[in-house]
Design a protein around this ligand. Structure first.
Ligand SMILES: *Cc1c(COP(=O)(O)O)cnc(C)c1O
Length: 394
């Protein structure tokens, strides 16, 4: 429980009114500008020579984006953070900062599908070799790491929710001289602070819980000043996927309620997951808290998990019978969502089949939103009844 003190201390910082603010407004302004002008030749020269730090152009530094970056860095216990136009922009810029042709990276299996596709397309074209390992098998990770430039992980992993011992994996990466990068979108810094567990860099799809209202696509990376400085100077300006001021403003608004929302997602998803686990139509539930004790460093669980129906349940009929849960990808907002595993498997047949590997034909992924446990459970129960053998709808 000693882990929780810094989290709560940092959580207080995301609601504090400590942003630069010329009008004493309770909300920091949106500095919606592409460029910033200089008062004199001398000021311009000092800025360009790096003697004076001030914004020049919003692809590099924007005050509204900086407010969000500083808050996120505080939440993750990082020295610095950088905001991006999407989670994938954060992931691609981060990885491309540290690899060159001939390098090798090690990646845990079952990661976010577009991260996998980035590795399989762009990295392969750059002659970067990628080895996929079961992140729960420490011996396999230890065997794959020697010589790797970078170790990429996610815990829990997308869809099948493999939970990892992040501290042990980060320790193995460090021992082998590999930079460790973890996608922390699922737990958010409220429930997991990977840098405190020894990871080097933490990335987020800010489109998920950090924003929390399904109205932003954005990303962020946090870590030491040295590593973030490398990303800031070597890929961010040229790949150019910088976060916009308005998105940063929405994200800062989202952060104000992050601890409360994460608690509510946790409570509702756990209650629903337990009821599903006890339902006769359900074969199994893939939720980190139902798989045994949470690993050290994961102090809570979020709203996203999967479950597998027993044979005989009509999955398309179940999906179409839902009325509170909407059918859609992404997650992390107020709304509850369902995705059928079969569609993901069909989409990823063939060369991308490693993405579908592990996704059961009868599985459904749920994001449990903030509509209320009983309403959501009634929706699921009715939809299961409509999809069960012998139902009038069959
Ligand atoms: C959505 C998601 C991403 C990608 O983020 P975008 O903001 O959509 O680019 C990365 N990792 C995980 C785990 C995600 O769920």
């Amino acid at each position: 429980m000693t882990d929780r003190a810094p989290i709560l201390a940092d959580a207080s910082r995301i609601v504090a009114h400590d942003e630069p603010n010329p009008y004493e407004a309770v909300v920091p302004p949106i500095v919606q500008t592409s460029l910033f002008t200089f008062a004199s030749y001398r000021e311009m020269e000092e800025t360009y020579l790096g003697q004076k730090a001030r914004p020049t152009y919003s692809r590099g530094l924007n005050p509204t984006v900086r407010v969000f970056e500083e808050k996120l860095a505080a939440l993750e216990g990082a020295e610095d953070a950088l905001g991006f136009a999407s989670g994938m922009a954060a992931i691609s810029s981060t990885v491309l900062t540290f690899v060159k042709p001939g390098d090798r990276i090690v990646c845990v299996r079952h990661v976010y599908p577009d991260a996998y596709r980035l590795f399989e397309t762009v990295l392969k074209r750059l002659q970067v070799e990628v080895a996929y390992v079961d992140g729960q098998d420490l011996a396999a990770v230890a065997a794959a790491l020697p010589g790797a430039m970078l170790f990429y992980m996610e815990s829990p992993t997308s869809w099948v929710m493999d939970v990892h011992d992040v501290a042990a994996l980060a320790g193995l990466a460090r021992k082998n001289g590999a930079i460790s990068v973890i996608d922390n979108s699922w737990a958010s810094p409220i429930f997991q602070q990977p840098l405190m567990l020894g990871c080097d860099l933490v990335v987020h799809s800010a489109s998920k819980y950090l924003g929390g209202h399904s109205d932003v696509v954005a990303g962020v990376v946090a870590g030491s000043s040295a590593l973030i400085g490398q990303i800031r100077s070597s890929t961010l300006p040229y790949l150019g996927g910088k976060m916009s001021p308005f998105d940063a403003w929405l994200l800062t608004r989202g952060l104000r309620t992050l601890p409360l929302r994460m608690q509510a997602h946790q409570d509702a998803a756990l209650a629903i997951a337990r009821r599903l686990a006890a339902h006769p139509a359900v074969e199994s539930v893939q939720h980190p808290a139902l798989a045994g004790a949470l690993p050290q460093g994961l102090s809570g669980t979020s709203g996203l998990f999967s479950f597998i129906f027993r044979d005989g349940i009509d999955v398309p009929a179940f999906i179409d019978a839902l009325s509170v849960f909407s059918l859609g990808v992404s997650w992390g907002g107020h709304e509850s969502l369902a995705v059928p595993g079969r569609v993901v498997r069909a989409q990823n047949a063939g060369p991308n089949s490693a993405i579908a590997f592990g996704i059961h034909d009868n599985s459904v992924r749920l994001h449990v939103g903030l509509e209320g446990i009983d309403l959501l459970w009634r929706d699921l129960e009715a939809a299961i009844a409509a999809a069960s053998p012998g139902s009038a709808a069959q």
